[in-house]
Design a protein around this ligand. Sequence first.
Ligand code: PBG
Length: 317
Amino acid sequence: MSFPATRLRRLRRTDTLRALVRETSLSLDDVVMPLFACPGESVVRPVAGLPGIAQRSVDEIVREAHELTAAGVRAVLLFGIPDSKDADGSGAWDDDGIVQRALRALRAEAPGLTLLTDVCLCEYTEHGHCGTLDGDSVANDETLESLVRTAVSHVEAGADAVCPSDMMDGRVGAIRSALPEVPIVSYAVKYASAFYGPFREVAESAPSFGDRRGYQMDPANAREALQECALDLEEGADVLMVKPALPYLDVIRAVRERFDSPVWAYQVSGEYAMVRAAADAGHLEEHRAALEALTAIKRAGAGTIVTYWAKDLARWL
Ligand code: PBG
């Protein structure tokens, strides 16, 4: 039927009518807040490229965790900025490392919060690449051992789930053999993206030479994303994550349609920073743009979103 019998504006007339027919909704159950742990005490160090986000010492991470919990945010994703770095990134699996200390403190003092950890080496290597180098390329199989040690030490310190983000082949299987019962949220589809720029500033993890195109995915490829997902599921991943989010809605949709496991998306630092910058310059309204982007990511098929807006969302919903 067409106009005049069909008039789609009928259901757009009031807030309630619109809510009654809304197809996609956002909830605090579906967001994860990234947090950056750094050494020291009473440290809250903001970063220029990521307004509203800061490096925090363990005591301040705990304080932030209480605020997040009170606001209704239920899960965080932890990253660490270590005291010192080396060639292999050994700070990543140090029992007394920065993420491990943050995990123990949060486990004890914020027991209601679900703790996820990013498992990667780029914050811990002096060259900033995601594993041990062989010449100027990352040695896949040697790096796997470091990743397994890192994941195991996170779990020993209290992580509820581990999220490998390094993009080495076989990392999910290697971690799965060591941790049969721990959920693995795999950054299965992670593109070599310019949108990670502000993150590398806050995580101090920019590569000192070259880039990550030798291990992260080519933004031009979508079928390859499905191969990555199939392999990670075979290796024992529980959740498939696509990253970045907004520039890859087609990929989120394709993964959602092909696989039955949970699909998450990471709305990365550059996606957040672009909106913040435009809002700070007065060109758009931050909360409306953020809600629209988050809704679009869910509409594309993501069940859960890792987002720097998780805490703000508590206020906006
Ligand atoms: C670690 C990692 C990165 C991000 C998450 N985990 C950076 C990278 O791969 O360079 C990016 C997150 C963001 O931009 O918000 N490898």
